[in-house]
Design a protein around this ligand. Structure first.
Ligand code: F6R
Length: 366
């Protein structure tokens, strides 16, 4: 049931204030001072003492894992590696019983992810799942786990499952950080509060849908696009590029903004839309200069900015505003306009948005 929407993808984009709420419901105390993830309580000693966390996933779930890497290292101070399941399983990785593996999968059925955790389990690692489909194969292979509770996702291009995965990883990073003492109480409470504000902030972003549709109309005939971000917004750039390519068949690449000058900058000309995720955080000044570099080569800049940003407004061709937030929360907000833009570009190109060619919702073959 599409609930009146033309496509499941659009319905699922709009569900995100609710689905994220469902992800943290019952897991954040009413007074917003504590996070409680029941599914990983038994492995908390393992997690807090882990020498290393290895996150394994594919596709969009791998992008969520990259956001997790930034958050775990920042707040829990545990080294993290993020691996494509298909590469990890075939390269004879070094795994010890002190390692904790986190497998992220919407479907819980992805063949490579499943095989990778079976292998790591044999070598003694502790396996934690972050999955959406209850009772699927991956949760049955893990020692512990947290369901994302995003609700069934039908559109092949993942939207609400991604934001719920990021929400779970954010809660885990804060909870482990607090337990390890790397995150002090005052900041912990502030961050929890920030997380609980995400649904209403996404509601505000969704009100820009028509404006974003207008931008989509201008660039629907592009043949290439570049997405740039820094820090935990670099994975959002990757995710924006993946959303565009998988449903609109436009070639798109995501890059860490500073890497641009090591190659991709050669591609920039007056026909190249460059989406820059540039909300106010500790790398803001740097990303402003990356925008100037693109403009100096006549590139078209579509910037995702914090509400009221005058500096970038004066530089970019278009700005899409998101409400002010703590930088740890920004991935959850900034991905929303990118999902909407991809949706409308695909729609205007006459693509089958919910069932893109060559793709399947669950990849049970390797
Ligand atoms: C992208 C997409 C795929 C999946 C990937 C992993 O929109 O849907 O890239 O993210 O196939 O699937 P799961 O999360 O089910 O393991």
């Amino acid at each position: 049931d599409k609930n009146g929407y033309e496509h499941y993808m659009l319905k699922e984009i709009h569900e995100q204030p609710h689905s994220i709420g469902d992800t943290f419901r019952g897991r954040i105390s009413i007074d917003k001072t504590k996070i409680f993830l029941g599914g990983i309580i038994d492995v908390m000693p393992k997690l807090t003492q882990a020498k290393r966390i290895i996150i394994i996933a594919c596709g969009t779930s791998w992008h969520a894992g990259l956001v997790g890497e930034y958050l775990f290292e920042e707040y829990a101070r545990i080294p993290v590696e993020v691996e494509y399941a298909s590469e990890f399983r075939y390269r004879n990785p070094i795994i010890t019983p002190d390692d904790v593996i986190i497998a992220i999968s919407q479907s819980g059925e992805t063949a490579d992810t499943l095989a990778a955790i079976k292998m790591a389990k044999k070598q003694g690692a502790t396996i934690i799942g972050i999955c959406n489909v209850v009772g699927s194969s991956i949760p049955r292979e893990t020692h512990a786990g947290v369901y994302t509770h995003a609700g069934i996702e039908i559109g092949v291009a993942s939207t609400k499952a991604f934001t719920s995965q990021v929400t779970v990883l954010t809660m885990m990073a804060f909870m482990i950080g607090r337990k390890r003492g790397t995150l002090y109480d005052e900041l912990y409470k502030k961050l929890i509060h920030e997380l609980t504000l995400v649904p209403e902030k996404i509601d505000i972003i969704l009100k820009s849908e028509n404006y974003i549709k207008g931008i989509a109309e201008m660039y629907k005939d592009a043949t290439n696009a570049l997405y740039l971000g820094r820090g935990c917004l670099f994975p959002v750039a990757l995710e924006g590029a993946l959303k565009l390519k998988e449903i609109s068949y436009i070639h798109a690449e995501g890059y860490p903004a500073a890497e641009m000058k090591h190659g991709p900058i050669a591609l920039i000309d007056q026909n190249m839309p460059v989406c820059v995720i540039a909300t106010k955080d500790k790398s803001y000044e740097k990303i402003v200069s990356n925008i100037q570099e693109v403009k100096a080569r006549n590139g078209i800049v579509i910037a995702i900015v914090t509400k009221g940003d005058e500096t970038i407004n004066n530089l970019a061709n278009h700005v899409i505003e998101v409400p002010d937030c703590h930088e740890s929360i920004a991935p959850l907000l900034t991905v929303i306009p990118l999902q909407i833009m991809s949706y409308y570009i695909a729609l205007m190109r006459g693509c089958n948005v919910d069932q893109p060619r060559n793709l399947a919702k669950s990849v049970t073959v390797e």
